[in-house]
Design a protein around this ligand. Structure first.
Ligand code: UDP
Ligand code: MG
Length: 320
């Protein structure tokens, strides 16, 4: 019989103390019936609660549980990246730590992987208890991003997916700082399978994505995959210039060839304010991209791991 393959499960967690154990138990239950072994890698993203202690306690009784502890809160996407780099499995499953991503789907994902799919991603059909705002903003975001971006971003794709080792290595080789993982995964291609699921309610605790974090996430997604906002800025400038031209010609004509003068305080103020606004806005758009260039050229490591538990290979603490 061939040796059981190792599946890595990567779970970023930020103050998820109440969810660690239930998630672990659910995963153990799924793997009981599978011909695979697993390692369960929790990435602590600077939690201030008992998450780390809970994971360590689990590790003491079950060495399949491992921990990468980041030195502070680096954000969900970077925490996920840290876990993906520590994973050693032939395939890796990434999922949230709040049991919104049902572990019961993992056997199906593995089955698809065995069929030859390199990436099995999941598409959220409906979230129990998701408010109108979350649905509305999500729909708006995916509508906008797919209009702006060349890489197709699947609406409602979650960061709950299985990736084969070779696809994962490609993902790990993308070193950009502003990580919008669902976009990167779609960008690398490979044979992908879409699996619908119904997201459960958060098991314990509250969401770690505030409105501002979601907004930043959306801006990251668009700016990392498209330069259309820059072109759009140029287009606004062009339109403003073109539409101002007839008015300017008319004013010059009146001044030179008639004895009327253009009475224009109001229109001037309106024009100045309008153009000032447009200029500041486009500067902001340019700034958004310049800031990203600055972030990239500094070349700092993506994250710093202050501690790892359960890995036999020493994890480089300043993986870049
Ligand atoms: N998370 C993280 N760092 C953060 C924010 C979130 O590691 O700065 C983790 C969080 O613990 C959870 C996952 O990312 O496992 C998804 O977050 P959450 O459930 O709060 O987001 P939502 O499901 O509400 O979009
Ligand atoms: Mg959640």
């Amino acid at each position: 019989m061939e040796e059981a393959e190792l599946i890595s499960i990567v779970v970023p967690m930020y103050n998820e103390e109440g969810n660690v154990r239930p998630l672990y138990e659910a995963i153990v239950k799924e793997f009981d019936e599978l011909w695979c072994t697993f390692e369960l890698i929790f990435v602590d993203d600077g939690s201030s609660d008992e998450s780390v202690a809970t994971v360590k306690k689990l590790h003491d009784t079950d060495a399949r549980v491992k921990l990468v502890r980041l030195s502070r809160n680096f954000g969900h996407q970077v925490a996920l990246t840290a876990g993906l780099e520590a994973a050693r499995g032939a395939a890796v499953v990434m999922m949230d730590g709040d049991l919104q991503h049902p572990p019961a789907l993992i056997p199906d994902m593995i089955a698809r992987w065995k069929e030859g799919y390199d990436i099995v991603y999941t598409v959220r059909e409906e979230t129990e208890g998701a408010g109108f705002m979350k649905r509305f903003t999500a729909a708006g975001f995916y509508g906008l991003i797919n209009r702006l971006v060349d890489t197709h971003i699947v609406p409602n794709a979650a960061d709950f997916r299985l990736m084969d080792r070779k696809a994962l290595n490609c993902l790990n080789s993308l070193r950009e700082r502003n990580r919008f993982i669902r976009g990167l995964v779609s960008w690398i291609g490979f044979k992908q399978y879409a699996m619908p699921y119904t997201a459960a309610k958060r098991h314990s605790g509250v969401t770690k994505y505030s409105f501002t974090k979601m907004f930043a996430f959306a801006v990251d997604g668009i700016a990392s995959f498209s330069t259309l906002p820059l072109r759009f800025s140029a287009a606004i400038g062009f339109v403003a210039a073109i539409s101002g031209l007839p008015y300017a010609l008319w004013a010059i004509y009146l001044k030179l060839f008639t004895d009327q003068s253009v009475s224009g305080w109001a229109s001037m103020v309106v024009a100045v304010l309008f153009l000032g606004g447009v200029q500041l806005m486009t500067l902001g758009v340019i700034g958004e991209y310049v800031g990203r260039i600055y972030e990239e050229v500094k070349g700092r490591p993506l994250y710093i791991a202050s501690e790892t538990v359960g890995f036999d290979h020493p994890q480089a603490s300043t993986d870049s």
